[in-house]
Design a protein around this ligand. Sequence first.
Ligand SMILES: [Zn+2]
Length: 359
Amino acid sequence: MSKKVFTAADIEALFKAGKSAADVPVGVLLTPSAKDALRDGPGQARGGSPAGGAVAGAPSEPILPNYEYHWTPGQDPKTPAQIQAFFNSPAIVEIKQRMVDIGKRMWAREYTDGNGGNLTIRVGDHLVLCTPTLVSKGFMTLEQMCLVDMEGNQLAGKYKRTSECMTHLAIMKRQPKAKACCHAHPPHGTAFAVAGVQPPTCMIPEAEVFLGQIGMAEYQTPGSAANAEVVGNAAIDHMAVLMVNHGVITWGKDIEDAYWKMENVESYCKTVWVASQLKGGNLLTITGGQAKELISLRKTLGMDDKRANWTECQLCDNADFQPGTVCRISEPSATPAPLDPEAEKLVQTLTDQILASLK
Ligand SMILES: [Zn+2]
């Protein structure tokens, strides 16, 4: 007779036997620590978890939240019955719930309007969960979630999958670290995309660490193969991409991570925009040297950065966003940033003319 309740020890035994989260039988109850063990994947047993056999009351090792889904390569369910069992397994139902919750958060923050926006989570070599088409992201239900293969063919779910999943799949195919994608139309990020303005760098440290440089992808019809191509290519080096005249797409190791990047982009674009209104350009920046430190920090958090070998001047080159500024290598000081050499020449010429006319 099969067990009705699974503990962390049961999940660890399952992983030890070479099985994956998908092999947890339908209908069993998972203890909280079993859910943690499922989330952490093979070889990640948590010390101190009561179900893990630790002494009650003993200090447990602090844990970091991690929603990354781990599957066993080569073990995707194949037959229709296996796929259905997988699609309704506790581990997948838990992820569907997270998609529903993130949809609510996107809608509540006005990142999506109408039926806009979509989410995907990779759950196998060739398996991806995605949100349905023509449904408000703020009011989705578990039953509306879909399962597709890496080519976008729908494998499970009563509702039709979003056409924009093709763009998400293109990112996942090119960037294996992209285990989840989030797409929305947040007003400030989308405004930069409509203006065709790449958000500047070196203005807020957290953005350098958690977002890196925001990428740009030229306009193509949403859901088209051409859009998948340009966005997929831009996302190899950028965890957040502005799709010109369309919106924003972000990726991460799990859907919470991908969604946070959406919040980061929107908040960053809003702040830069407000600061631009206050000052009309020439915003303060950190130095290239300080940016280098942040990129190293980013690396220690497991995020690659194509700028790792860039020079200090390249790192904070916002010349397109702030015309007239030039690279500063030194630490910031009270003296104003040097002028553009052309502008300096013009000032000198005008000064000479004024002095000559006074003589
Ligand atoms: Zn869209």
